[in-house]
Design a protein around this ligand. Sequence first.
Ligand SMILES: [Zn+2]
Ligand SMILES: [Zn+2]
Length: 343
Amino acid sequence: MLAAVKTKSGYDNLELLEVDEPKVYGDKVKIEVAFTGICGSDIHTFKGEYNSKNLPVTLGHEFSGVVVEIGEDVKNIKVGDRVTSETTFETCNECIYCKSKDYNLCSSRKGIGTQVNGSMTKFVLSREESCHVIPNNVTLEAASLSEPLACCTHAVMEKTSIKEGDIVLVIGPGPIGLLTSQVAKANGAKVILSGITKDKQRLDLAKEIGIDIVVDTLQEDLAETIFRETKGYGVDKAFDCSGSIVAINSALPLVKKKGDFVQIGLFAEKYNLIDQESIIQRELRYIGCRSQKPSSWKLALDLLKREKIATDKMITKIFNIEDTRKAFETVMAGNEIKVLIKS
Ligand SMILES: [Zn+2]
Ligand SMILES: [Zn+2]
């Protein structure tokens, strides 16, 4: 079968190779892949900015498909089930994080599409515990967004919570920012989404899918908008989905005193100059947020089932597996929202 393989570290080294089909065993499920989303982290891997120790590896961790074979220990997943899967392939099962199913924090965790072969190919293996049957009214295309959506339900509904009527700031209109905005809205928030002029297409899409207030911070005054909307208090919650220090520092003083600031975006550098003065003086809770865990997936699939996420508008291009390189180049050009690969 044809697979998109990162063959060695460094820039590019992404090759379409003929590889063997995986074999099921134990609690493993063999899935015929339908769609795989290209993630920002795949682009970092393409550029050689993430150093996987397990190369060569087939990329792809945001996927949907149909079960074609199950291992002898699989109990609940059946051949023919339409599924999506958590990226967790293996954990230690012993640490305190595994015991509470915080698999995103297990130090021995191995992930699909990073440490073990992923879904940018015809068949992928996952463990039964990581598989979720897709609700009947959710398409395979939409279900391939479950992984990024689960990262956002983790941020919005698990690392903090939203009360009806909360006013929320989301920084960065990329796929994660757009999904975070929709999760916050589904929980009753009024959402202000900020971006910059080069994000125009994404900001326009945000308006189209009903985000309440969309601000281009290079053209409009974000502080003025926020203080006008919040009677001068600031937003109840803010979510950074940009990893931009400039954006974060301009947002910290715009969060209400005692408010939450959730950091989802990754930084290019390990150490950064953050406005800690605002964190202290405003008594903010600055909350780290990493990936997703089983409970986040339940929340994500429930939102998809209840049609709270405009997945059709977010998926702007689909490429065949043979055109994987073109798909990566299209994502890097930055004009699409979510790009899928069809297996
Ligand atoms: Zn991802
Ligand atoms: Zn563990």
